[in-house]
Ligand binder design. Structure first.
Ligand code: GFB
Length: 325
């Protein structure tokens, strides 16, 4: 009976068991999820505190890498933020992310690291890319102005990895997650992404018995969301089974209008008031649903649906908020 190769998971070409794996950015939401997920791989998980090494300082990264000598690296360290933060601090988002990536890739190559994963974002694609966005849409049109700085840094990361693969045969792969949410997210209303912001706004409106909360923009843009635990699982899967120059989209394959997301969050939180819109705030990209075909063909599918994911993030947020009051 021939094996149905379409359903078979691809061969593990880079097992993590027994390897020393550095999660750069282990304190961030994605880094925390990666460190938790890697506990199932039988590998030694390496971390570096900001006090140990400033990833923007080449000499410090070279010294740390030469001393610790990881076998594999997930570069989850980045300067990240929502639409307003990106639009407000272009130099920080471009410079910080360029330096972090360049320092880690160069030092990793020089110290003989076996494999490295760079993490980007769906904002690397053109503002009006045909949807769902396939990986070959990269650099085919103008970027969304509010986050072009971060996008250019992440596109540079993809090209950096391709250059080191081509010139030095260094096994660098790039994963492009969609909008992420999860435990350890940033809930600051000025710098956060939309989902944690809506959770906090709906919660505070409920507990203060306010009649409404306000979302930014028109609420018409659509966004795709993936839970950070799913993202970490996909990244570990890719590290084990994928080795090629082309980046891989990491998404759920489904999107939702921001206004409908606000209603979903209100239902989960238990807020029954009005949702208002502040159209003085930017909408950003109208839509950035990515094609998931390449990742699905590599044998990975997400497990956490949006309502379940939002519910478990809200439960943790409400518990932490209650304690901190
Ligand atoms: O998540 P977000 O800040 O970033 O905004 P992007 C998504 C959409 O939600 C925008 C709307 O249309 C916002 O106007 N929105 C509504 C809100 N209410 C709020 C709110 O209270 N807070 C926030 N933050 N948004 C980011 C990039 O773009 O996507 C990053 O700037 C990164 O660099 C990330 O690429 C994945 O999805 O527009």
């Amino acid at each position: 009976m021939p094996t149905d190769v379409s359903s078979a998971s691809p061969e593990v070409i880079y097992p993590l068991s027994g390897k020393r794996v550095w999660v750069a950015g282990h304190r961030g939401m994605v880094g925390q999820a990666l460190a938790r997920r890697l506990q199932r791989e039988g590998c030694e998980i390496l971390t570096a505190r900001r006090a140990d090494v400033d990833l923007k300082r080449q000499a410090e990264v070279e010294a740390w890498m030469g001393r610790v000598r990881p076998d594999a690296i997930f570069v989850a360290a980045a300067k990240v933020g929502g639409i307003l933060a990106n639009d407000s601090y272009p130099a920080d988002f471009l410079y910080d992310n360029l330096m972090i990536q360049a320092n880690i890739v160069e030092s990793a190559f020089r110290s003989g690291v076996g494999k490295l994963m760079l993490l980007g974002s769906s904002c690397i694609y053109p503002k009006f890319a045909p949807q769902p966005i396939t990986e070959d849409a990269l650099l085919t049109g103008p970027l969304e102005p509010t986050n072009e700085w971060y996008a250019i840094a992440k596109i540079a990361g993809i090209r950096l990895g391709q250059a080191y693969r081509r010139q030095h045969d260094f096994d660098v792969i790039s994963a492009m997650p969609t909008n992420l949410y999860g435990p350890g997210d940033n809930f600051d209303l000025n710098s956060s992404h939309v989902l944690p912001a809506l959770i906090r706004k709906a919660h505070e409106a409920k507990v203060s018995d306010a009649g409404s909360f306000t979302i930014w923009g028109t609420g018409a843009p659509r966004r795709e969301f993936l839970h950070s635990e799913d993202c970490a699982d996909a990244c570990v899967h890719l590290m084990k089974v994928y080795s090629d120059a082309e980046h891989v989209n990491v998404g759920s394959g489904e999107d939702i209008a921001i206004y409908d997301l606000a209603w979903l969050v209100s239902e989960v939180v238990g807020f029954r008031g009005e949702i208002k819109r502040d159209t003085s705030k930017p909408d950003g990209t109208p839509r950035k649903l990515m094609s998931a075909d390449r990742l699905r063909a590599l044998g990975w599918t997400p497990k956490i649906d949006l309502r379940t994911g939002v519910s478990n993030v809200y439960a943790a947020f409400a518990a932490e908020t209650a304690v901190s009051v």
